[in-house]
Design a protein around this ligand. Sequence first.
Ligand code: HEM
Length: 336
Amino acid sequence: MMSRIRFILGALTLAFILAVTVPVNAQQRNPDSSVNPTASSVKEQQLRQELQRIQGRGTIPDTKSYLIEQPAGRDWRAFHEVTLRWIGAVAILGMLVVLVLFYLIRGMVRLEAGRSGRVLVRFSAFERLVHWMTAACFIILAVSGLNISFGKALLLPTIGADAFTTWSQWAKYAHNYLSFPFTLGVVLILLMWLPWNIPNKVDVEWLKEGGGIVGHRHPPAYRFNAGQKAVYWVQVLGGGAMVASGYLLMFPFYATDIAGMQVAEIVHGIVAMLFVAIMLAHIYIGTIGMEGAFEGMWDGTVDVNWAKEHHSLWLEQEARKGHLGAPAQARAQPAE
Ligand code: HEM
């Protein structure tokens, strides 16, 4: 009896030992039965899933460098290389298509009454200086910034690695240094034109009539109409967002951690694409879109008939202040 019990106990013990050791052995051997030296170590994948990051230890003071991998970095890279490019392509190319179609269908908004030959001052020398300084910085910031988003995909295969490297380095210097005059421009524009950009009832009427751009009606407006006020606020708020997120990127990790840096880049990238698209519309309407508009920002004066058609309430204010002059100065006409 005792020997039977001993036999059963021995068999059970053997079965238990086999059950525990066989899977371990199976793990430690490759299919060809050679030993797999890393089989029992923790997998990268497991660590990323459980800890959301792989972090090591280090001896240098910059503890950020101890972080080796984190899934959020992959999401950010996917945003930067796929999503942002789509947003940019749709916004910028979409706007270009709309503007070309608009020009083909509507054409230039003409001065219906023709030129009167009398002009009035629209922008002072200081206002024009601030406008053109900010505009020049904006264009260079936009081109050099778009190079970061699209250059590797579009330019690198076309011009080759050496030329792309040289161009990108200069573009990056321009982007960093022109950020300072651009910031000054955003602040000056905010202060200099704020009094004329507060929305009011006239804007509602102007918007209801589609700004007179579609059709031939000319809804009244003060110095800036609702469309121009929208551009002003895009410039001030969009410019403000670009400045804030841009400096976070330019001086990395001073005010934010890595997650904050990623948010800053996402904000900077998305606002940039929308900003560029909106400014294309602004450039269109200020040049080939409307007769008589460009000269206001170029030499500072506009024709009285232009003011009558597009800013009738402002013209009345200027006339009351005696700014029309008598006799009014005529724009120099070329000899026939
Ligand atoms: C104060 C103003 C600005 C500052 C300080 C600034 C700074 C920066 C910095 C540091 C970067 C990252 C560069 C890199 O990754 O090496 C960047 C990227 C970029 N910037 Fe600006 N920037 C400013 C204004 C603008 C403006 C006005 C635009 C366009 C209208 C613009 C468009 C872009 C674009 C498209 C990118 C690339 C975004 C991406 O692909 O992730 N930036 N900027």
